[in-house]
Design a protein around this ligand. Structure first.
Ligand code: PRE
Length: 397
């Protein structure tokens, strides 16, 4: 048996394998004289460790009760994404090489999710149905405990948060292959919600089907964007299949589940939810395919030292030559690094634009505050859409 297999099955993709190997090796063989451990005894020990973990969780829940009372006194919200981020980062560092990193994240994600639910009922709207990539992003951000509200459109997610039906929402705003999600940017510009946090999820498209081999597939269902991201794969591997468009990848998986010669392009999460097996994984044409999602809400994020600020403005006089260049110069003058710019139609007058800017730093950071104050005097309708912690992996890519 490959000694690294258990670690791989546990989802260890990068570094911790070596030290985990050292825990599980050397394996006993008839030649090496390594004693065979007693399985029943090992399981007894596991049971007693599990009891201790549970006792510790109960103790943690008691402390969270105190946190809840402290927060109620000050009016602070139950969920604190900055605290969660710091807590998870600390634990990942502490656990490095001792336990698989994705498992540390998953375990503590759910502990936090459960502890938030002990304090308040958290409602989260996302672009549904269940099994979409937005659903996966929402679960990565909030875990299993919140009450999830499926919305059929991105506008629906924003409306849910604006009207207080949901405390938070999760929407995609940018894809590394397809670019900006215009509907989400426009809804942010419309107002009433702030960006609270960002998350970059690698999008690994799967081919899901009840058939056992590719040659049996007659129809491939999916959302046009997912199909476009797997165009070459389809041409090379499924030239015989008819393409059927669906409103979402999750709905595609549902369709494929009911079609004896059908397959869908979607997430493994959709397959899990709808009971359709994954036939092939990672079939997107460009290996690095990622979507940036944002958590939206009404409250504001505190500075963490590694933040991003998104704001919008309209150039006061768009006929003035060099106006945009001079306006953006204000950022450089204040030592602020701009990471993204795009424009959307202002919708109040033809050929007038709202510029959407991302910069590094929090609006309370001295340089960002100074830049925003200087911009205020130059532009129209300067609006900060949020200052929020930067997703660490977004910087490496
Ligand atoms: O520290 C807090 O503010 C808590 O509410 C506790 C706790 C936790 O369980 O550790 C729970 C919810 C928050 O989102 C962050 C952390």
């Amino acid at each position: 048996m490959d000694p690294a297999a258990p670690a791989r099955e546990a989802g260890v993709s990068d570094d911790p394998r070596a030290s985990i190997e050292s825990i599980i090796t050397p394996l006993p063989t008839p030649e090496n004289g390594v004693p065979v451990p007693d399985l029943a005894l090992a399981r007894q020990r596991i049971d007693s460790i599990d009891d201790r973990i549970l006792d510790l969780l109960a103790e943690r829940a008691e402390v969270v009760g105190a946190v809840r009372r402290a927060k109620q006194a000050s009016g602070a919200p139950a969920l604190d994404p900055e605290r969660e981020k710091a807590l998870l980062e600390r634990l990942l560092e502490r656990g490095a090489g001792r336990f698989p990193k994705p498992a540390i994240l998953a375990v503590f994600r759910e502990i936090l999710s459960g502890c938030v639910s002990l304090q308040a009922r958290v409602t989260v709207a996302y672009l549904g149905p269940q099994g979409t990539y937005s659903h996966a992003a929402a679960r990565a951000l909030f875990g299993y405990a919140p009450q999830y509200i499926e919305e059929a459109t991105i506008d629906g997610v924003f409306e849910s948060v604006r009207r207080g039906r949901a405390v938070y929402g999760v929407v995609p705003i940018e894809n590394s292959t397809e670019g900006s999600v215009a509907g989400a940017i426009d809804a942010l510009i419309e107002g009433g919600c702030r960006i609270r946090r960002e998350l970059v999820l690698p999008i690994k498209h799967c081919l899901l089907s009840n058939v056992e081999s590719l040659s049996e597939v007659r129809r491939v269902y999916s959302h046009p964007q997912a199909l476009a991201q797997c165009r070459k794969y389809l041409a090379n591997n499924l030239p015989q299949a008819q393409i059927v468009h669906t409103a979402s990848t999750a709905l595609a998986v549902r369709e494929a589940g009911g079609d004896a010669s059908g397959a869908a392009i979607g997430s493994s999460l959709a397959g899990e939810i709808m009971g359709v097996p994954v036939l092939r994984e990672g079939i997107q044409d460009i290996a690095f395919n990622a979507t940036r999602f944002v958590m939206i809400g009404k409250d504001d994020a505190k500075p963490t030292g590694r933040d991003r600020t998104t704001f919008t403005f309209i150039i006061a006089d768009e006929t003035e030559r060099g106006a945009l260049r001079r306006t953006l110069g204000v950022l450089e003058d204040n030592g602020v690094n701009m990471t993204r710019i795009e424009s959307r139609p202002s919708r109040d007058r033809a050929w007038r634009y709202v510029f959407v800017i991302d910069v590094e730093g929090h609006r309370e950071d001295e340089n960002v505050a100074a830049a925003l104050a200087a911009l205020e005097t130059r532009v129209q309708a300067l609006t900060v859409l949020g200052s929020y912690p930067r997703y660490p992996d977004a910087e490496k890519k």
